[in-house]
Design a binder for this molecule. Structure first.
Ligand SMILES: *Cc1c(COP(=O)(O)O)cnc(C)c1O
Length: 427
């Protein structure tokens, strides 16, 4: 029995399912999740000493790689000065400044400890600001695990076929209206069926939580136009895409100014940190300025803020995003070649450092096409890659991430492994 097997048994006795977040249990691909003992750069080492090239990157935060020396040094320094004060610190201003400078649509920003808190807060602000109650979300988009947003959610909820969680009162879920991604008519239909009652539309501008899906040309711009017309707050949930697709996130790439934006993952550099930000008049609804309450004992935690600042500084280096795009394209092209040569039915969706291989379909552009994928074939691909030292997300409905710590050599090694696995799947 491997050390991971033993640890997983122990964990299952005292932690529900042995994990502290469901997708880590590998239910969608079977097998024992690897317990990780350490990581450096683009590699992680499991409890049995086996090394992998990592494409999870802690599910997004580690865009600079594991244990980046600059991040580690700053954290060592910070930890000696105390880990939490529950009082403001100068470093919070520094991080807020990095966000405000990078994202033109963000005038002010409030820090939280998780992406879930950020989106929850964004909805509360939107409801307080508009004095309306309903929200529209898109099928397959995941925005964290608050009640209102666990309706037709992606990611773990999709993996486990639990699109609607038990424990969410119907009265809450009924305030959440669903539209289809890349389908403007579905948004228009919800807006006209619910006149003057929709507070917000929340969207992953480039969804990563049903696997990576790209917006059709003009889809996001049209959404912006519709929300302005209807007096609806447009919330871009850039917890995954923010500071990843570009310094200014998906909103920079597509030239859209949402009213509110949520960040997480990358802005915490691997520590618990997220943020909600946006237009000053809307953000001013937040306590202590306004009537919308929000708080957090560890919000703006000095260690988390330190890791975030150092990570964003690394991403501010000239050419950082061009480099990520290059590596992402190289991987996508290699995978497409492997798929073609093996005659496997699959497609690759990639934007910058976000990438998903979907099996059994010609293209994926929304929730319906995502869930029609061949998840059994994905599981075989996953295990084939794992055997060859490639640590991919253990679900069809997740994005794999390339980091600045990956190099051409690792990408080519990965493509080589994928070529072998695809040949097996195709034969
Ligand atoms: C990860 C994620 C969240 C939730 O963030 P947590 O820190 O896990 O609570 C919300 N929205 C999107 C788009 C995400 O990818």
């Amino acid at each position: 029995m491997s050390t991971s097997d033993k640890l997983f048994r122990q964990a299952q006795e005292i932690i529900p399912g042995g994990v502290n977040s469901p997708v880590r249990a590998w239910r969608a691909v079977d097998g024992t999740p690897r317990f990780i003992q350490r990581g450096r750069g683009c590699r992680v080492v499991d409890a049995d000493g086996k090394e992998y090239i990592d494409y999870i990157g802690s599910w997004g935060p580690l865009i600079a790689g594991h244990a980046h020396p600059q991040v580690v040094r700053a954290l060592e320094d910070a930890v000696k000065r105390g880990t939490s004060f529950g009082a403001p610190t100068a470093k919070e201003i520094e991080l807020a400044r990095l966000v405000v400078d990078a994202v033109p649509a963000v005038d002010t920003v409030r820090l939280t400890s998780s992406g879930t808190e950020a989106t929850m807060t964004a909805l509360r602000i939107a409801r307080g600001y508009t004095e309306r109650t309903k929200i529209i979300k898109f099928a397959g988009c995941y925005h964290g695990h608050t009640d209102a947003l666990l309706v037709r959610a992606g990611s773990g909820a999709l993996t486990l076929s639990l699109p609607d969680s038990k424990g969410v009162p119907e009265a809450f879920a009924s305030q959440t209206l669903i539209a289809e991604y890349n389908n403007l008519a579905s948004v228009e239909a919800q807006l006209s069926a619910n006149p003057d009652t929709v507070a917000a539309i929340i969207i992953e501008p480039v969804p990563g939580n049903m696997g990576v899906v790209l917006p059709d040309p003009n889809f996001l711009a049209e959404l912006r136009r519709l929300t302005v017309e209807a007096g609806v707050v447009l919330i871009f949930d850039e917890v995954m895409s923010g500071f990843r697709l570009a310094r200014g996130g998906a909103q920079e790439l597509y030239g859209i100014d949402p009213d509110l934006s949520c960040f997480g993952k990358v802005i915490g550099g691997g520590l618990p940190l997220a943020a909600v930000g946006g237009r000053r008049d809307i953000m001013d609804c937040l306590a202590p300025l306004g009537p919308v309450y929000q708080a957090g004992t560890l919000s703006g935690n000095p260690l988390a803020v330190t890791a975030g600042i150092e990570t964003l500084k690394l991403m501010n280096a000239p050419g950082a995003y061009a480099r990520l795009n290059e590596l992402g394209s190289r991987l996508a092209e290699g995978l497409r070649r492997a798929i073609r040569d093996a005659g496997v039915q699959a497609c690759v969706n990639q934007l910058g450092s976000m990438i998903t291989v979907f099996f059994g379909v010609e293209q994926v552009r929304d929730y319906t096409s995502a869930v029609s994928c061949d998840t059994a074939m994905f599981a075989r691909y996953f295990h084939g890659m794992l055997e060859r030292g490639m640590y991919l997300p253990p679900s069809q409905f997740e994005a794999a991430f390339v980091s600045l710590a990956h190099g051409e050599a690792e990408i080519d090694e990965t493509v080589f492994a994928a070529t072998q696995v695809m040949q097996q799947l195709g034969s």
